[in-house]
Unconditional design. Structure first.
Length: 293
């Protein structure tokens, strides 16, 4: 059985993680501001409490904030054109090709079966997608693992478990990936990489102590394109396009959400007309977590 990273099981408030990470936050927001395009509908997979909602909410008729953590979704601000959906990335509750665009940011390192996740994303995305993955071969890691044959193996996408900062820790999933592995899985699932960027290139704590934030952000912006060719940074952003995209049909949220059991559309009240399961709760969140059955 595929393990799913569950922040609710450890009662983790993701907002705390970003309190002392202003450089990483601004670095990611800067690149996303450049590459998120306008369109009809958009999904932020693993969007948690909506850290990046303001970047796409104004560019689409409606957006979907999707996460497995129900508790973090309740902390997200409410927007009239942003729907909150709680569910499993391996089993997205949306019809095929029903979402025009989307992104997966700061999530891939928690995915045990990346090939399965990418296949499911490809099923629901019609046109383009932004995917961020933690870069196994970043400059700092190469220095730390320069004598490790295991680390450089082209067949492995995990950092060796001997490194205590990566691998499975306390039953939580933390994995890094090589660009070649990601490229292979994406192409297998009809995604082509049209652009790539190296982000958070200067996030080493010593650099953050030596240089002011504004200088680091400007430097990061300057080198994002160039550094992507040598996979320098710890975080690689890929702009993907579907190679086999079909004609996109503009449909409302009620016309694309499906019951995971019956595989049919739920009604306007968030209920499956066949099995009668109620998915939309009093908080306005569509809850597809298995534990809620």
């Amino acid at each position: 059985m595929t393990k799913v990273q569950d922040y609710d099981s450890i009662d983790y408030d993701y907002r705390k993680y970003w309190k002392d990470r202003e450089y990483e936050n601004l670095s990611e927001r800067n690149i996303l501001t450049k590459i998120i395009k306008e369109g009809y509908n958009f999904i932020d997979i693993g969007g948690a409490y909506g850290r990046l909602t303001d970047l796409y909410q104004v560019k689409y008729k409606y957006s979907i904030l999707f996460d497995y953590s129900y508790k973090n979704l309740t902390k997200a601000k409410t927007h009239k054109n942003v729907y909150k959906v709680c569910g499993d990335l391996y089993n997205l509750p949306f019809a095929d090709n029903s979402i025009q665009s989307g992104m997966l940011i700061r999530v891939m390192h928690h995915i045990e079966k990346p090939e399965k996740a990418i296949k499911e994303i490809s099923r629901v995305i019609n046109s383009n997608f932004i995917l961020e993955f933690p870069n196994k071969n970043n400059f700092a890691s190469l220095l730390r693992h320069k004598f490790s044959k295991d680390f450089m193996s082209s067949d492995k996408y995990e950092i060796p478990h001997s490194n205590e900062s990566q691998g499975y820790i306390d039953d939580q999933i933390f994995l890094n990936f090589s660009y070649n592995f990601m490229k292979k899985e994406l192409e297998k699932n009809n995604f082509s990489i049209s652009n790539k960027f190296s982000v958070s290139n200067f996030r080493e704590r010593h650099l953050k102590k030596l240089f002011p934030l504004d200088f680091l952000i400007k430097s990061d912006n300057l080198f994002q394109g160039f550094f992507s060719y040598i996979y320098f940074g710890p975080s690689i952003f890929l702009y993907l396009e579907k190679k086999d995209n079909k004609k996109f049909e503009e449909k409302s949220i009620s016309e694309i959400i499906i019951c995971q059991k019956c595989k049919i559309l739920i009604n306007n009240k968030g209920k499956c007309p066949k099995c009668n399961r109620q998915y939309k709760d009093s908080s306005g969140i569509f809850n597809f977590r298995p534990s809620s059955e």
